[in-house]
Design a protein around this ligand. Structure first.
Ligand code: DSN
Length: 433
């Protein structure tokens, strides 16, 4: 290979090198632009975050921590990680931050490793009541390594019943209690969890992945003053790169989490993603971010109100946060049907089990619908009311193909009013423009 070929290997665009992948990148940008994205765990990250993720920091090995690495040449990436650590501590009011977890699942694994021995008992929210697979699903590492027991929500209210949690904690005598959920529309009472943990001599961990952005903006109470360890992803309400983060209020526990991540679970950290976490945490210090998180909540409330007025039932009757859980149990429509119908109407959501669901997890009786991504795109309460009306119509048993096409056109028209990534062309979805 000649020198000039070498040079072009490093310099060519993906469109020149790999047209198949370039087409896919463009098509995904188009899909994200042309549909209304309402998966509660998704968001649109900023172009600044995309630039950090697509940067030369991906080339660097940096096992260890800033100033204590196992590789040379880390003096630049050290600065990125230190900024991410300092900003995470400031944003969440924490004493220690570990910014290396590749994902929320790894963050949880590290927290367990720091606090537990294999076989220890843990009490967490049941997956089929809104919990997460890393909170003790039998086939997950969590359920295989530790003895998980679960609490759920009350059948009457759809909310976590703290008396039931206390009863379960007294029965189980866990070493650790976990709060946090993937499909829970209400505020979680962290002080009450702490009190129960203290009563039974357990540690307390919160997985705030879904609500981290709301917590950072103080539109949801913070778990940090109450929990021994708080884990999160950085890409949900927080709106950063796809990755994880752990914060603690105690230096010693934080150091144990660091050791659990490396060398316990991971090798080289993803320095490009860590730089992107720093960018996203920088965003989280701005008034613009706080306004967006507050609007995420008011948007969900406008959506919930519109759905309720259209006769759609929701678990717990509404929402305090970024998502609603539509309950189709009393209808002939399944969650799977509902997801497909909304997809045809140009709205992307996911089918989701509801508490006490009698349909199997591949079918379900629920739809989880979230507002973070569309709120980031700029939509407000008026658009949410319009979207609620589209959802209500799409879920009617009598909806015809023509009506569905009209609903899709209405969704598309809403999206057109809020352009996504205007500086990116569909053919250059990775462009730093
Ligand atoms: N899979 C994520 C969600 O959709 O909520 C949680 O990790």
């Amino acid at each position: 290979m000649s020198f000039s070929e070498d040079e072009s290997y490093l310099s060519k665009d993906v469109a020149d090198v790999d047209p198949d992948i370039a087409r896919i990148l463009g098509a995904e940008l188009e899909r994200q632009s042309e549909t209304l994205e309402m998966i509660a765990s998704e968001n649109f990250t900023s172009q600044a975050v995309l630039q950090a993720v697509g940067s030369v920091l991906t080339n660097k090995y940096a096992e260890g921590l800033p100033g204590k690495r196992y590789y040379g040449g880390c003096e630049v990436v050290d600065q990125a990680e230190q900024l991410a650590i300092d900003r995470a501590k400031q944003v969440f009011g924490a004493v220690h931050a570990s910014v290396q977890p590749h994902s929320g699942a790894t963050a949880n694994e590290a927290a367990y490793m720091a606090l537990l021995k294999p076989g220890d008992r843990v009490l967490a929210m049941a997956l089929d009541h809104g919990g997460h697979l890393t909170h003790g699903l039998k086939v997950n590492f969590s359920g295989r390594t530790y003895e998980f027991h679960h609490y759920g929500v009350s059948r009457e209210t759809g909310r976590i019943d703290m008396d039931e949690v206390r009863e379960r904690a007294k029965e189980v005598q866990p070493a650790l209690i976990v709060a946090g959920a993937s499909a829970y529309p209400r505020i979680i009472d962290f002080p009450a969890f702490r009190q129960i943990a203290d009563e039974v001599g357990a540690r307390f961990m919160v997985d705030m992945a879904h609500i981290a952005g709301l917590v950072a903006a103080e539109v949801h109470p913070s778990p940090v003053p109450f929990a021994d360890v708080v884990t999160t992803t950085t890409h949900k309400t927080l709106g950063g790169p796809r990755a994880g983060l752990v914060v603690t209020r105690d230096e010693e526990v934080g150091a144990a989490v660091d050791r659990a991540i490396f060398p316990g679970l991971q090798g080289g950290p993803l320095m490009h993603t860590i730089a992107a976490k720093a960018v996203c945490l920088g965003h989280a210090m701005t008034d613009e971010f706080r306004e967006r998180q507050a609007r995420t909540v008011t948007n969900t409330q406008a959506l919930a109100q519109g759905l309720s007025e259209g006769g759609i039932a929701m678990v717990s009757g509404g929402s305090d946060n970024h998502l609603v859980l539509v309950d189709l149990s009393d209808t002939d429509l399944t969650g799977k049907d509902g997801e497909e119908r909304l997809d045809r109407a140009g709205i992307t959501v996911n089918k989701n089990g509801v508490p006490f669901d009698e349909r199997p997890p591949t079918v379900t009786s629920g739809l989880r619908i979230g507002t973070p991504a569309l709120t980031t795109r700029g939509l407000g309460a008026d658009e949410m009311r319009e979207i609620a009306a589209i959802i209500v119509s799409a879920l009617q048993s009598t909806v015809s193909d023509d009506e569905m096409a009209e609903l899709r056109a209405r969704s598309g028209a809403i999206g057109d009013r809020f352009p996504l990534y205007p500086r990116l062309e569909t053919g250059s979805a990775v462009g730093a423009a």
